[in-house]
Ligand binder design. Structure first.
Ligand code: SIN
Length: 529
């Protein structure tokens, strides 16, 4: 058994910000199931919100966030995070993050859907990569941080699981060390989940392969509350291409004048919302879904040709080059796009300090539901939330249970594999994985109905049973762990969607088209062991 003052799962903006600050106070292990560079953060294109223009204000940023969130945001949380943005950006710049600058030296500010002002700091169209690289370099240089790459967190260890009296709390976790196949017992009184979201539960997603809902599934199994999982954000503009299925065409492209058009070049968004192509994402994704169904075409298009090659290649080099490689010249032709699963707005229920309902457990970033995003996240608020809440979580922990007093002694039993044998046919796992992603796409995506949700629920129940059998019969491997988390997360999304008898933000159902007067969170909790 290894012991740490702080155990962090995930190496995106939330995990690394937390680890870098926590290393000043005790020993830190950062677990990441693949190489540390692979995170949702690293894929973020658009940028990070911060009020930086004299014409803009915190009040306006708060109002835009609340507007997008469709009545379900927690206003106090929104204000706290919005007002902490300048300090969070200052800390990133101090760690070497370089945001694009305007003439005169101030930050160059971009615009995205739902924002009334320019307030998106960016590094061309690879903002997440810039942030992730700089934070990771700092973390690798920090002797107090042990970076455990290719270590897959399997399950949290709780006092309830250990049959100890008193309120349940988290005291560590089991992790699979991929290289040796060994299952490690990691002990800590302060565990932070920064595992990102669950885009891979859907067939089409802008997320990297690692986004399999691991943190939410693990926290739920341990008895933590999970909230608002029905609100999965579909990004309106994922590249539509037969070879590359998860490449994002940043909303910043529309912020710089890109228009959504149909195959005849007709700009259709003003027929759906007065804000046109820059309406909030739930509205734009539904409008595209409607256009695709109406015209029978496979996609719609983003047309940015009016800005000319020089501007496009300079402001969006990654998008311009990637499209070019695939035979699409964004300077002379519209880019084909479809909506795809992009962001999990719900998650492990926490306060603004990342504190989960289960003692000893914190969750920060996309894995968490703080109340910032409500029923629909405002673009580019997520990197901000990760950075701000990570710092707050550390302060809260230092106050609540400062390291240094030594951890309470526990007999934590080692993992027992029993007579489990090696997975003989990975094809079975991949088949179930495909089935989940397909059924979630067909039954639980942009437009929902009671009947489709019921179908999804029935199929998922069968799949859950099957996956549980695999889990007990076979030796643990990462494919099996991801499948187990995927089916758990998909079930949480469906159950949450079934409980919401209204349409609000990202949850739109033909059977309950109205929005209720009183906004309520959907909270799921297993309780106990
Ligand atoms: C984008 O660049 O469109 C993504 C930004 C975000 O999801 O916040």
């Amino acid at each position: 058994m290894r012991e740490y003052d702080f155990l962090v799962v995930g190496s995106g903006v939330a995990g690394l910000t937390f680890a870098l600050e926590a290393a000043r106070h005790g020993s830190v292990a950062v677990l990441t199931k693949r190489e540390a560079e692979t995170s949702n953060t690293a894929w973020a294109q658009g940028g990070i919100c911060c009020v930086a223009d004299p014409e803009d204000s915190f009040d306006a940023h708060v109002a835009d966030t609340l507007g997008a969130g469709a009545g379900l945001c927690d206003e106090a949380v929104v204000r706290t995070i919005v007002e902490a943005a300048p300090a969070a950006i200052g800390a990133m710049v101090a760690r070497g993050v370089e945001f694009d600058r305007a003439e005169g030296g101030g930050f160059a500010l971009g615009k995205e859907g739902g924002h009334t002002h320019r307030r998106i700091l960016h590094a061309r169209d690879t903002t997440g990569r810039e942030i992730a690289q700089k934070l990771l370099a700092a973390a690798r240089a920090e002797p107090g941080i042990e970076l455990l790459e290719s270590h897959f967190a399997i399950d949290l260890i709780t006092t309830a699981k250990l049959d100890r009296a008193g309120p349940n709390r988290v005291v560590g976790l089991y992790a699979l060390a991929e290289a040796s196949g060994e299952i490690l017992t990691l002990r800590s009184d302060r565990v932070v989940l920064c595992t990102g979201g669950c885009g891979r539960v859907y067939l089409y997603t802008t997320n990297p392969k690692v986004a399999t809902g691991d943190g939410v599934a693990m926290a739920y199994r341990a008895g933590a509350q999970v909230a608002n999982m029905e609100f999965v954000q579909f990004h309106p503009t994922c590249l539509y291409h037969h070879e590359v299925k998860n490449f994002l065409i940043s909303e910043a492209v529309r912020g710089e004048g890109g228009e959504l058009v149909d195959k005849n070049g007709h700009a259709f968004m003003h027929e759906h919302d007065p804000r046109g192509s820059l309406a909030p994402r739930d509205i734009v994704a539904r409008a595209i879904d409607h256009e695709i169904k109406r015209t029978g075409g496979p996609c719609v298009y983003v047309d940015i040709t009016a800005r000319g090659k020089g501007f496009i290649a300079d402001r969006f080099p990654h998008i311009y080059e990637t499209c070019g490689r695939l035979g699409i010249d964004a300077a002379t032709e519209p880019i084909p796009v479809v909506p795809a699963a992009h962001y999990q707005c719900g998650g492990v229920r926490t306060d603004v300090d990342g504190r989960a309902s289960l003692a000893g457990l914190y969750a920060v970033g996309e894995v968490a539901c703080t109340g910032l995003h409500g029923a629909n996240r405002l673009a580019s608020n997520s990197l901000l939330e990760g950075a701000v809440v990570a710092s707050r979580a550390l302060s809260a922990m230092l106050e609540e249970r400062p390291p240094g007093g030594g951890s309470e002694r526990f007999e934590v039993p080692d993992w027992i594999s029993g007579d489990a044998h090696d997975v003989d046919e990975l094809v079975v796992i991949f088949h179930n994985w495909d089935e989940i992603r397909r059924l979630m796409w067909d039954y639980v995506s942009i437009v929902r109905t009671d009947k489709r949700l019921q179908r999804a629920s029935t199929r998922l129940q069968n799949l859950r049973r099957e996956v549980e059998e695999f889990y007990w019969d076979f030796k643990i491997c990462s494919e099996l762990l991801e499948l187990r988390n995927l089916v758990e997360t998909a079930s949480l999304i469906v159950e949450s969607a079934q409980r919401r008898h209204e349409s609000r933000g990202l949850h739109y159902t033909l059977d309950w088209p109205d929005t209720l007067d009183r906004p309520l969170d959907t909270v799921l909790w297993k309780g106990g062991k």
